[in-house]
Design a protein around this ligand. Structure first.
Ligand SMILES: C[S@@+](CC[C@H](N)C(=O)[O-])C[C@H]1O[C@@H](n2cnc3c(N)ncnc32)[C@H](O)[C@@H]1O
Length: 279
């Protein structure tokens, strides 16, 4: 959908990319792209809805804000989509981020197709944090389980859970637009999780779920973890992703304090993800 965007451009040493991207998520970015700069530094562009004032971004040292511009109405994802190609994730998925009317790609044997056109919500599967969550989900096994997808974005993890045979899936997001995107994707893929916009607090505090999928940066979700625990049945599991590796220990300590034990972990780039069991 066309709408005006505010685009912030940053110049930074490549090693700071993940730290900056995590900050941009916290500030509510709707999309980030990284490009090589002319001077050996990286250029990161982040898109926000126009009209929001101070975004409260804490810039890591050595990151320079190079431009802050409002771009007129246009489909800013179109150029990206033109270059986008389908890709395999985990052992069982094949994600196509293009619009449905574009050419169909042959799906490799043994993989299920997920159509997730790159529009606005986060989660085409191309980011390490999504890929790590999908890999952990495959290994955890989801058949027959009742699943909660916290911060559903495009719905990618919810759909993967349904493809894996989950008994039921509820997905929600604090970004009010996300469930609309996820609903479009739901129709496109004929996979139907329950979806809503809001917070964990909207769910009745009963142990309704066997497995929680949480690809949300710790700053945004750790304060709500005690609530999440009350929604998980004893012995239930949580898959936590969206964690910079350097923060992994801190997140684990916090989760241990809530009665979880580590069962598995995955790393990619600067990111880490955990599969935790509720003792
Ligand atoms: C990194 S994206 C993950 C999207 C998708 N689940 C995936 O794995 O690719 C994190 C999502 O969590 C949402 N979010 C952030 N804080 C949240 C919270 N406290 N409760 C629910 N959703 C939250 C964001 O709006 C964003 O859509």
């Amino acid at each position: 959908m066309a709408m005006p965007y505010r685009r912030l451009s940053f110049h930074l040493p490549p090693g700071l990319e993940d730290a900056l991207v995590a900050e941009l998520w916290l500030a509510g970015t709707q999309g980030v792209q990284s490009l090589p700069g002319d001077d050996g530094r990286l250029r990161v562009e982040a898109y926000f809805p126009a009209g929001e004032g101070d975004l409260g971004i804490a810039l890591p040292p050595a990151v320079e804000l190079a431009a802050d511009a409002v771009l007129p109405d246009a489909d800013w994802f179109a150029a990206w989509r033109e270059r986008a190609r389908p890709f395999a994730v985990g052992r069982t998925l094949f994600v196509d981020p293009r619009e449905p009317e574009e050419a169909q790609e042959e799906v490799p044997a043994g993989r299920a197709l997920l159509r997730l056109p790159a529009r606005a919500a986060f989660g085409t599967g191309s980011h390490e944090s999504t890929a790590l969550a999908l890999e952990l989900l495959e290994d955890a096994g989801v058949a027959g389980r009742r699943v909660l997808d916290v911060g559903t974005g495009t719905g990618v993890l919810a759909f993967a859970a349904l493809l894996g045979g989950a008994r039921s899936v509820v997905g929600f997001d604090v970004d009010a637009a996300s469930p609309f995107h996820a609903r479009d994707n739901s129709a496109l893929n004929d996979l139907h999780p329950w979806l809503f916009a809001g917070h964990l607090g909207a769910l009745r505090e009963r142990p309704l779920f066997d497995l929680a999928l949480v690809n949300v940066v710790p700053e945004q979700i750790l304060p709500e973890m005690p609530q999440l625990v009350r929604l998980l049945r004893p012995g239930g599991e949580a898959l936590l992703s969206g964690i910079l590796a350097e923060r992994g220990r801190q997140v684990l300590d916090r989760m241990r304090g809530l009665g979880f034990v580590e069962r598995d972990r995955r790393m990619a780039g600067d990111w880490i993800a955990f599969r935790l069991g509720r003792a």
